[in-house]
Design a protein around this ligand. Structure first.
Ligand code: SF4
Ligand code: SF4
Length: 362
């Protein structure tokens, strides 16, 4: 296999700790504890190695990365190494002073999550009273510090009716970008699929609304929208293709091709405590296993989209077919596509069950 292109970005999951308990959290069910987290010097070395490898950006993520007291130091180090720095945050542990300190350390961009536009609904999803009000205050502080702001909202059957209100709120908060995310069904979201899965009618209305807003708000707000998998005819290029653009480092140093990769049972993940990032990126079994097209069985192997979507999501293929090497069943060409249609039919119209919230040892 030829040497891969350098990764575009490092996703640095500094911690799995988080004050919120979103029922669609992409963290694994087995959350890593604080005792195993990489230390400051270890993260600094990883940031240097990522820059040397050719990565452009670092996304400080979690859990809630702002729970790490060394965040300003890590931002400063990343910035000095030449990486574009983005903080993906719930906003809860932050305040104006901390945001100013991060801006002073070289932070360039903040991606702030909102759960809804109705405070009581947002707080119910986050399972924290007052969370929404705090987030609005943090959005204001981010803009006052002169940082670029993206609002991220995960949409599902219980908040899609307020998509238009979220667009207006993002504009009012001075965000330059709105990420309209749909739930990815693995980890905690699988536990809550029936409570989250929207209907086809909701998705069609949302698509029309976004198209209209994109035209209306050109030059004001950029939209980042990927339609939800279960209503697509072809899959998306998950993580831009396995082992092609992103390197995900877990809080304890496991190097993952995507944040859900650990759901694939026979993959072995190297740890940055034992191997250099460059070595892992080029050589490790986990990154090589589904990189490129050589591993693909039919129908992907001879499909003219195989270097566009790279066969879709490996974790989704595993979850829905029992084999991570199969075509993503979201694809109409997959022999397992009928399972998706049946599952959507069974679940999307059912009564909404209560959430099973994310928490340790739930
Ligand atoms: S999705 Fe919610 S619970 Fe999970 S890390 Fe983000 S803010 Fe925390
Ligand atoms: S057959 Fe495979 S490569 Fe072709 S569109 Fe479907 S998932 Fe993508």
């Amino acid at each position: 296999m030829s040497t891969p292109e350098p990764p575009l970005a490092l996703l640095a999951e500094l911690t799995h700790r988080c004050p919120l308990q979103c029922p669609y959290c992409s963290n694994p069910l087995a959350l890593e504890g604080v005792e195993g987290e990489l230390g400051t010097e270890e993260w600094c070395r990883i940031l240097d190695e990522a820059a040397a490898l050719g990565a452009y950006q670092v996304h400080f993520s979690g859990g809630e990365p702002a729970l790490r007291k060394d965040l300003p130091k890590l931002v400063r180090h990343a910035s000095a190494a030449g990486l574009y720095t983005n903080l993906i945050t719930s906003g809860i542990p932050l305040n104006g002073e901390k945001i100013d300190a991060l801006a002073g350390a070289g932070l360039e961009h903040v991606q702030l999550s909102l759960q809804d536009t109705l405070p009581e609904e947002a707080d119910r999803v986050a399972k924290m009273p007052g969370a929404h009000a705090k987030k609005l205050e943090i959005a204001r502080c981010v803009r006052e510090a002169g940082l670029a702001l993206t609002i991220n909202c995960v949409f599902h059957r219980q908040n899609l009716e307020r998509l238009d209100a979220m667009i207006e709120l993002a504009v009012a908060l001075g965000a330059g970008r709105l990420e309209i995310a749909h739930v990815q069904y693995y980890g905690w979201a699988i536990e809550n699929r029936q409570a989250l899965l929207p209907s086809r009618d909701q998705i069609e209305k949302a698509n029309a609304l976004i198209a209209d807003a994109e035209a209306r708000l050109k030059g004001v707000l950029l939209f980042d929208h990927v339609p939800p998998d279960y209503y697509a005819r072809r899959p998306k290029a998950c993580m831009g293709g396995w082992g092609r653009q992103f390197l995900n480092i877990s809080p304890s140093g496991k190097a993952l091709p995507c944040h859900a990769a650990e759901t694939i049972p026979d993959l072995r993940f190297d740890n940055v405590r034992e191997r250099s990032l460059a070595d892992i990126w080029v050589e490790s079994d986990a990154f090589r296993r589904f990189r490129g097209t050589g591993w693909m069985p039919e129908p992907c192997g001879s499909c003219d989209r195989r270097e566009i979507d790279w066969g879709g999501c490996r974790c989704q293929a595993l979850m829905l077919t029992g084999d991570a090497a199969q075509a993503d069943p979201v694809c109409e060409l997959s022999p397992d596509h009928g399972r998706i249609l049946q599952m959507v039919k069974n679940e999307a119209g059912q009564e909404v069950p209560p959430f099973r919230y994310r928490r340790k040892a739930n």
